[in-house]
Design a binder for this molecule. Structure first.
Ligand code: GLC
Ligand code: CA
Length: 625
């Protein structure tokens, strides 16, 4: 057991301790060497309050120690060597955000029949599996992540018959379909919650987390995480919006209902799930107050009590054993705040919990958050990838992604200069499809879509953006608050998919639920299909390459030029083939190190460049053997 008499190095040797220390250093943009330095590593925890001049206090240490002491599991030492093959390691995934993908009936909202219309497009891109963001019945406070009925389709999206047809059509094309599973919370309009309010003594009374007094936890979407329910004269916990109420996983009856619901969808034939904020499902018993210092540092109070809760592993094993495993279903967990060691405990094959997780450690560079307006430096991505691939081990497998429906577009974060837009989009594609791991493409990424030119708050729809704008305008004024929202708004990724150079981007025949700007005139599927050198065709070719050469999936990876800034180069090799990938991570010309590789130049974002200089953001895939 760790105590305040333990040394810093003992904390660092604890898997969760290591991940958390790294997280703190990351937030402060400090190097890990600060802790591995022998002088510092021998310090006892209790000396920290004085040494840090109060930045860390006794209560902080106690909160920290509690998290570690309640997490006794250790990952096995990492082995190198061959990995076990699986369809989901070979597959290229594509995320569809149904509301913004394709409207088939002219109401301005994307729908299931719209997705069916575009399945041939996805097939021709080379997609193997589709992840659908939630399509269940919902009042749409958070665009479907607030589920009212797990067994019904949202009316705007269509009917259960449409869904069955979609699933059959996906399978008929040899693709797979995974659904979004949102079980940390339900909508406040879900029958369970309604009955919890009106029949507090029924079994539903305990399905949510009611308390007579709120604690100090804050919501991820801003403000207190508690809402008063006059029906029960009690408060109820909501980590997200006021209409997304957290479920009480401690209740075995509730867990049984969830298992039954998952099996119901698997019976229909869906191939797996993406598990929404799944690491939040176990909350520390008694729901104690969050530590003040941790809360201030993270801008979120209470997270240490649920982001990696004491019963998380137990719950995951239960749903795996009782629901996923009997159907051989695939699972990828969305796990905000989870670092490498925790990730091993969640995904290592021998643990039998999840197949993959989405870690978010690469979406911002050190010292930055989603709402900061800054330029993302791809050298950090290089560092992140090397660290994960060399330490994750052959019992674990990475998910690779740059975008999803919760983040602005990656190209815009790295370099908004329009002259680099398309080469940069292809550079990202190159890394995504030639590094080891399962690639996830977010709709529009395959065109090089970028952030939107929103003019005012009236253009925005997302509950997160709207809530934070109200909070920040009081702190910093309207203009500064709007700038922050523009930097991080999830709506950048939620505008209509750009299909054609036609009004409303060919997404709909009427004005869509969220506006689009003029960008579809220069960036759309129709044009990019025709242009040989488009981002879309580049994605297609890369996906084909990955499919025809297993070395790009299972082959060994060797990084070279590790210490050379702005250059990211690696080999992928097996008995059959050797590939070499060369990436210039910056907007300047770069001298190639050593000779020009001797081999076949297979694909490049600068098709004509044969020189000794690497051009801005140049990416080239060579076949050496
Ligand atoms: C996940 C989803 C996000 C949603 C939140 C609450 O982070 O990706 O869109 O708002 O969970 O369900
Ligand atoms: Ca529609």
């Amino acid at each position: 057991m760790l105590t305040i008499n333990s040394q810093l190095k003992e904390v660092y040797a604890h898997p969760i301790g290591r991940d958390l220390l790294k997280k703190v250093l990351f937030q402060k943009a400090l190097s890990e060497r600060i802790i591995t330095n022998p002088l510092v590593s021998r310090l006892k925890l209790k000396t920290l309050p004085v040494l840090t001049m109060g930045a860390v206090d006794r209560a902080f240490l106690e909160a920290f120690l509690q998290v570690l002491n309640e997490a006794p599991d250790r990952p096995r030492p990492v082995e190198k060597g061959p990995v076990q093959a699986a369809w989901w390691k070979e597959a290229v995934f594509y995320q569809v955000y149904p509301r913004s993908f394709k409207d088939s009936n002219g109401d301005g909202i994307g729908d299931l029949c719209g997705i069916i219309e575009k399945l041939d497009y996805l097939k021709s891109l080379g997609v193997d599996a589709i992840w659908l963001s939630p399509i269940y019945d919902s009042p749409n406070d958070d665009n479907g992540y607030d589920i009212r009925d797990y067994h019904k389709i949202m009316t705007e999206f269509g009917t259960m018959e449409d869904f069955d047809r979609l699933l059959a059509e996906v399978h008929a094309r040899g693709m797979k379909l995974i659904m979004d599973l949102v079980v940390n919370h339900t909508s406040d309009e879900h029958e369970w919650f309604q009955r919890a309010l009106t029949e507090p003594h029924s079994k539903y009374g305990d399905y949510y987390l009611f308390r007579d007094e709120p604690n100090n936890w804050t919501s991820i979407f801003g403000g207190s995480a508690w809402k008063y329910c006059p029906e029960r004269k009690q408060y109820v916990l909501h980590l997200f919006s006021q209409k997304q109420i957290d479920l009480n996983w401690e209740n075995p009856e509730l867990r049984r209902e969830i298992v039954a619901m998952i099996r119901w969808w698997l019976e229909k034939g869906v191939d797996g799930f993406r598990l929404d904020v799944i690491n939040f499902i176990s909350k520390r018993a008694g729901l104690p107050d969050g530590n003040e210092k941790i809360g201030k540092m993270m801008g979120l109070y209470g997270a240490e009590h649920y982001f990696y809760g004491p019963r998380l592993h137990e719950y995951l094993r239960q749903i795996r054993k009782e629901a996923f495993a009997p159907y051989n279903a695939f699972t990828v967990g969305e796990t905000p705040g989870i670092g490498m060691e925790m990730a091993k405990l969640l995904t290592a094959a021998y643990r039998e919990e999840l197949d993959l997780i989405f870690s978010f450690d690469h979406l911002e560079t050190p010292g930055h958050g989603k709402f900061d307006d800054y330029r993302y430096d791809l050298n950090y991505y290089k560092e992140y990838i090397i660290y994960w691939l060399e330490n994750y081990g052959n019992q674990c497998w990475m998910s690779l992604f740059f975008e999803n429906h919760d983040n602005p577009r990656m190209v815009s974060k790295i370099d908004p200069d329009p002259q680099f837009r398309f080469v940069l989009a292809k550079l990202l594609a190159t890394m995504l499809l030639t590094l080891p791991g399962t690639p996830f493409i977010y709709q529009g990424q395959e065109l090089g879509m970028i952030n939107k030119d929103f003019q005012s708050m009236a253009d925005l729809r997302d509950v997160e953006s709207l809530n934070f704008y109200e909070i920040w305008r009081k702190e910093m004024g309207d203009a500064a608050a709007f700038r922050r929202i523009l930097a991080g708004s999830r709506d950048h990724a939620r505008t209509p998919m750009q299909w054609e150079k036609a009004k409303y981007a060919g997404f709909s025949t009427v004005e869509p639920w969220i506006g689009t700007d003029e960008d579809y005139k220069i960036c759309n599927v129709e044009d990019q299909m025709k242009r040989e050198d488009s981002v879309l065709n580049y994605y297609r070719k890369l996906i084909q390459l990955r499919k025809s050469h297993p070395v790009l999936v299972y082959g060994e990876t060797a990084f070279v030029n590790r210490k050379v800034r702005d250059l990211f180069t690696y080999y992928r090799r097996d008995e059959q083939a050797v590939f070499y990938v060369e990436c210039n991570l910056c907007r300047n010309q770069l001298k190639r190190r050593g000779r020009r590789p001797e081999g076949l130049r297979l694909l490049s974002n600068y098709p004509e460049n044969e020189g000794h200089e690497l051009r801005p953001y140049e990416a080239t895939v060579w076949r050496l053997k």
